[in-house]
Write a protein that binds this ligand. Structure first.
Ligand code: ADP
Length: 212
């Protein structure tokens, strides 16, 4: 099975891209969904957060107080590191198990959506990394519309992420999403067509060794 990680900064269009791949029938394992599960009521990371950050970061229903934690980690890199140290290993394991299930199910290609792919070092577990990217002004406009965030907050979030140039240098494929949705879908179709021909080529090479 070919393992492909999809990544991109906030507002780049990762979700739009992975929604399209799912519509086409591909499996997409989502690191954010796994991560949210860890910090939901009864989630595996709740005891760690309670112990290291205090009860005031846990809501009465037992889940993480996300806005409060977001506020803390934006303003304190050491706290951000502490939070990540307690959650990354669990996310990595759960993600690997989900990809393994795709392989067991006989899928030829499976995707994982991982916003912090390069930051976490998870790229080593994948054959390819696809970076969804868009011009900064386009991302800011889309985020303003999607989340109603102030420009100041958007700049702060983006400044907190790995610089786009570094991601561009590390990704194996670039999916430019500065244009229309149709252009995004076309770029994804092109990558999928390339993968399909690579799989066919690989299988036909292998068949040379099969005795008939
Ligand atoms: P991410 O998951 O990377 O944060 P999203 O996929 O949620 O980004 O995209 C951010 C916003 O921009 C969403 O509201 C989405 O509907 C919109 N969007 C994404 N790509 C396009 C596009 N090519 N044209 C118009 N709107 C888009």
């Amino acid at each position: 099975m070919i393992r492909i990680a999809i990544t991109g900064g906030i507002g780049s269009g990762k979700t739009t891209a992975t929604d399209y791949l799912e519509q086409l029938g591909y499996s997409v394992v989502d690191a954010d969904v796994i991560s949210r599960g860890l910090t939901a009521a009864g989630g595996a990371a709740i005891p760690f957060i309670r112990e290291n950050f205090g009860d005031e970061y846990i809501l009465p229903d037992g889940s993480l107080d996300r806005p409060k934690m977001r506020e803390l980690v934006f303003n304190d890199p050491a706290m951000k590191e502490l939070l990540e140290s307690g959650t990354t290993a669990v996310v990595v394991n759960e993600l690997a198990a989900a990809m393994e299930s795709c392989e067991q199910a006989g899928e030829a290609v499976a995707f994982a959506s991982i916003p912090l792919l390069f930051e976490s070092g998870m790229e080593a577990a994948f054959d390819e990394s696809w970076l969804v990217t868009a011009d900064m002004d386009v991302r800011i406009r889309r985020l303003r519309e999607r989340d109603g965030l102030t420009d100041e907050m958007i700049y702060k979030i983006i400044a907190n992420q790995m610089p786009e140039e570094e991601k561009l240098a590390r990704a194996t494929r670039i999916i430019d999403n500065s244009g229309s949705l149709d252009e995004l879908y076309q770029a994804l179709d092109d990558e999928l067509a390339r993968l399909t021909s690579e799989i066919i080529e690989k299988n036909s090479c292998n068949s040379n060794f099969v005795e008939i």
